[in-house]
Design a protein around this ligand. Structure first.
Ligand SMILES: [Zn+2]
Length: 64
């Protein structure tokens, strides 16, 4: 717990507002929720292809 260095004014990664200690590292619970939604991929869908090769295990197995 080294607290020798002063932390610069933290900014909310969501809205870039000043971070409130109670809601660190965000400025509010709202932004925290937004970030959580991003992680869950519900409110922030990443344009990625979710179609993989399907279920693995039935490709190179030795079958008679
Ligand atoms: Zn915010």
């Amino acid at each position: 717990m080294a607290r020798s260095l002063r932390k610069p004014a933290a900014r909310c990664p969501i809205c870039k507002a000043a971070v409130v200690p109670e809601h660190r590292p965000f400025c509010s619970t709202r932004c925290a929720d937004v970030d959580l939604s991003r992680w869950l991929g519900e409110d922030y869908r990443i344009p990625a292809v979710e179609q993989d090769d399907g279920l693995p295990g039935r490709d190179g197995e030795d079958e008679d």
